[in-house]
Design a protein around this ligand. Structure first.
Ligand code: X90
Length: 277
């Protein structure tokens, strides 16, 4: 039995050792160019280009065929997507599953809607790998991962929400305050998989303290944390120090955002995935 994990590229994870793993890319589209969110892309160069790009910019989700190709050569597939409330990626993955099962009814495919993105998906991928490596079967893994996903959360801290607003993912009036006079927006992935804006701290230090407060009030107790940052390693490292000051045993990993999350979280943006167990 060949097991495989497939994620869309909004997880920021392109490789994973120990289990079969593949990412299907979202794309960033400008008038001049299409950037494919894969390991070959130079994300810093894209972020640089985006600073000066004129005209409309947008994104597109992986299509059914990309999902199907990534799912096809395994007997058991666990696929994870970004929230179905902000992207068509989940619908495409579900359609790919339906088509593959019609052709190969013996396959087992579970598509998980993360109702989130980025580092919260990363935690789910890591847990899936752990469950597969432990030799569990499809049904056990499906049940345990769904339970685990009730314990994972996502907080974001953004300096600009211009791309989110331009592409209709948040209210433009609310988005407007981000970046003005050093104001950050701190919010969470809501239970329904949308952006819920909570605070408007002014200045970087205040923003990091707010993130830690929100983590605590949403149930963080010292478990795993994954910090994804767009060109802001320094803030991610500071945040890790603040978390460890309260929870010395916190298991924290810092990774850069790849193209999709870099486009929407924008420069300076932080995304924090954590488990409350
Ligand atoms: O299908 C597509 O074109 C992709 C659309 C993606 C839109 C939103 C991406 C947000 C990425 C922002 C902070 C965290 C948001 C939490 C969401 C529940 C990063």
């Amino acid at each position: 039995m060949k097991f495989k994990i497939v994620s869309d590229s909004s997880s920021n994870v392109f490789t994973f050792s120990g289990v079969a793993y593949e990412t299907v890319p979202l794309k960033i589209i400008t008038a001049a160019k299409e950037y494919v969110d894969n390991a070959e892309l130079d994300v810093s160069a894209m972020v640089r280009d985006l600073r000066t790009v004129k005209g409309r910019t947008g994104t597109s989700c992986p299509n059914i065929y990309e999902w199907k190709a990534a799912m096809s050569e395994a007997d058991v597939v666990f696929a994870i997507t970004m929230t179905s409330n902000l992207s068509g990626t989940y619908a495409a993955a579900m359609q790919a599953k339906a088509e593959l099962l019609a052709e190969h009814p013996e396959k087992k495919i579970c598509v998980l809607d993360s109702l989130s993105t980025g580092p919260e998906m990363q935690l789910v991928i890591e847990k899936l790998a752990e469950l597969i490596s432990a030799g569990k079967d499809f049904e056990e893994i499906e049940c345990e991962i769904k339970e685990y996903m009730t314990h994972t959360h996502l907080i974001f801290c953004l300096e600009s929400m211009a791309n989110l607003a331009r592409n209709g993912r948040v209210n433009p009036l609310v988005a407007k305050v981000a970046g003005v006079l050093g104001v950050r927006i701190v919010g969470v992935a809501s239970p329904g998989g949308t952006l819920e804006l909570l605070h408007k701290p002014r200045g970087g230090e205040k923003a990091l303290a707010t993130v830690v407060d929100v983590m605590k009030s949403y149930g963080y107790r010292g478990g795993a944390v994954r910090l994804a940052h767009c060109n802001n390693e320094a803030a991610a490292a500071k945040l890790a120090v603040k978390i460890r000051a309260l929870y010395p045993d916190a298991e924290i990993k810092i990774i850069p955002t790849t193209a999709l999350c870099s486009f929407y979280a924008e420069e300076g943006g932080l995304m924090v995935g954590y488990s409350d167990v």
